[in-house]
Design a protein around this ligand. Structure first.
Ligand code: ZN
Length: 142
C-alpha cells in the first residue's frame, strides 16, 4: 500500500556534533531537545569508525558491518518520524576512505563522530508513524 501525506510547515536547525558522539544517538538527542517528530536530516563530516547495515530481503534481517577506520561522510540522508510514539531517526550514509572507496548503508549505532555538520528540517505535520509490515519485515510508515 502506498502511503503519501502532504507535509506542512518547515523550520531548519543547523549545527555540529562533538567528536566522540555516537552519530545516530546524537541525531536522536537533537530531535528530543527540539521536539522534532517529523523531518529530514542531511549531514557531512567524518567519523572515527562506522557501523552500517544492509537489509537482507531474502531472510528479512539486517546484516551489519563495522568499519574500524577513519572515513569521510560524503553523504548522509535521513528522515525523522515516530515509532512507538517517540521520535525515530532513519538515516543512510555514504563513507569514503583515503583511497576514495565508498561504503554505504543503513546508519547503525556504533558510528562514532570525528566531526559532523548537520541540517535538520523540521516539519509541522501530519505525523508519520512506523509499524511492522508483514510483507517486507520492516517497520514502515502507515
Ligand atoms: Zn535503512
Amino acid at each position: 500500500m502506498t502511503v503519501v501525506k502532504e507535509i506542512k510547515g518547515e523550520s531548519v536547525i543547523m549545527g555540529r556534533l562533538d567528536c566522540g558522539t555516537d552519530l545516530l544517538e546524537g541525531f536522536l538527542k537533537i530531535c528530543n531537545r527540539y521536539k522534532i517528530r517529523l523531518g529530514k536530516i542531511e549531514a557531512i563530516g567524518a567519523v572515527n569508525k562506522a557501523r552500517i547495515g544492509y537489509f537482507d530481503q531474502n531472510d528479512g534481517e539486517y546484516r551489519f558491518q563495522s568499519i574500524d577506520k577513519q572515513l569521510e561522510i560524503t553523504s548522509l540522508n535521513g528522515n525523522i518520524s515516530l515509532k512507538d510514539k517517540e521520535s525515530f531517526v532513519h538515516a543512510h550514509i555514504n563513507l569514503a576512505d583515503l583511497s576514495g572507496q565508498v561504503f554505504g548503508g543503513h546508519l547503525a549505532p556504533g558510528t562514532e563522530v570525528f566531526a559532523c555538520e548537520f541540517i535538520v528540517h523540521r516539519y509541522e505535520g501530519p505525523e508519520l508513524s512506523r509499524k511492522f509490515d508483514q510483507e517486507t519485515g520492516l517497520n514502515l510508515w502507515e
